[in-house]
Design a protein around this ligand. Structure first.
Ligand code: ZN
Length: 330
């Protein structure tokens, strides 16, 4: 059996809860056959879903307490609160610096490598979870590669990645890869009801329901669209509503721009389905080439991601640049 799985899916598809569930099942001392329907883990490859954790053995108790010695999680420090991790889970891997790192650092992988060759505490499997693997910085990725090339006996690696192309091809080739399909209808029902507001949130996140806030940026996008539709005069940063923050602004503009492109090509809006009318109207004022360029820029901006030094300034120019794709008769 291969000792490393690489599970990939867009952000918000539930890789983290699924990998946690799989890790618990691998470590459980009296696992139960079959998986739980309606949980993200049911969408993992069959090999990882044949059994589930019992929930009450010593191993399960240690996992619930966040202190299982045979489970190691490598995740960017900035994500620990969101992932529900504490420094104990990380083997006390908190960095010295004041700002939490967005990367998985080399120190974390060195610790993982040392842990991987040590003896199992409970005499069973050991599981290392690397999430998201896209966040491995180059030095950390190379250090992990060394271990994946000669995996220590009895260690199961579970890597979760948002984007495969962000990973070293050499890491990818050392893993069994599986893409995780979209959340199922029953998972969606658990998260969303059926009101109009919930329908627009669901369209906006396109199945990425496991994000901390699936509707993030939606309200702003709707307001922006209304502002853009209202006036055909030249927009300034004071006539357009500022985004909640820069990364949210970039992500939302990407969705607006791709919907404009879809509508321009005669299709239906995907993210802003209830704004089809406004989008069609606006799409008539955007030259397709300019729209294509704007999409290209936004994709590049999203890859750079993170918060720029001067957020307000960056958001202003982001908006102005976007509003300029609309021809206003000159
Ligand atoms: Zn158990």
């Amino acid at each position: 059996m291969s000792s490393a799985w690489l599970i990939h899916a867009p952000q918000g598809y539930g890789k983290w809860p699924a990998l946690q569930r799989a890790a618990s099942a691998l470590l459980c001392e009296s696992p139960v056959n079959g998986h739980a329907d309606g949980h993200a883990s049911a969408r993992l490859p069959a090999a990882l879903t044949t059994q589930r954790a019992c929930g009450h053995c010593a191993s399960c108790a240690l996992i619930q307490a966040g202190s299982h010695p045979d489970l190691l999680v490598a995740a960017p420090e900035a994500l620990w609160p969101e992932l529900g991790l504490n420094p104990a889970d990380e083997g006390a891997g908190r960095s010295e610096s004041k700002t939490a790192s967005q990367d998985i650092r080399i120190e974390q992988i060195r610790r993982l490598n040392d842990w991987a060759v040590s003896t199992s505490h409970r005499g069973r499997a050991k599981v290392a979870v690397v999430y998201p693997a896209d966040a491995l910085n180059p030095a950390a990725a190379n250090a992990l590669l060394k271990t994946l090339e000669e995996p220590p006996e009895g260690v199961q690696f579970l890597l979760g990645a948002h984007r495969l192309d962000a990973l070293l091809p050499t890491i990818r080739s050392r893993c069994r890869q599986a893409s995780m399909p979209r959340p199922t209808a029953s998972e969606v029902r658990q998260k969303f009801g059926s009101s109009a507001a919930e329908a627009s949130e669901l369209a906006w996140c396109q199945g990425a329901i496991y994000q901390p806030d699936p509707a993030i940026g939606l309200e702003w996008a709707q307001t922006l669209l209304a502002s853009l539709s209202r006036s055909s005069a030249r927009w300034t940063s004071s006539t357009l509503p500022p985004p909640p923050d820069y990364p949210t602004g970039v992500a939302a503009l990407l969705k607006i721009a791709s919907d404009l492109q879809r509508v321009q090509a005669g299709g239906d809006a995907l993210f802003l389905q209830q704004q089809q009318q406004a989008l069609s109207e606006l799409a008539r004022h955007v030259p397709p080439v300019k729209l294509g360029e704007a999409l290209h820029r936004l994709v590049a901006q999203q890859r750079r991601a993170g918060f720029p030094l001067n957020q307000a300034l960056a958001s202003d120019s982001l908006l102005l640049e976007f509003s300029q794709i609309f021809s206003t008769g000159d």
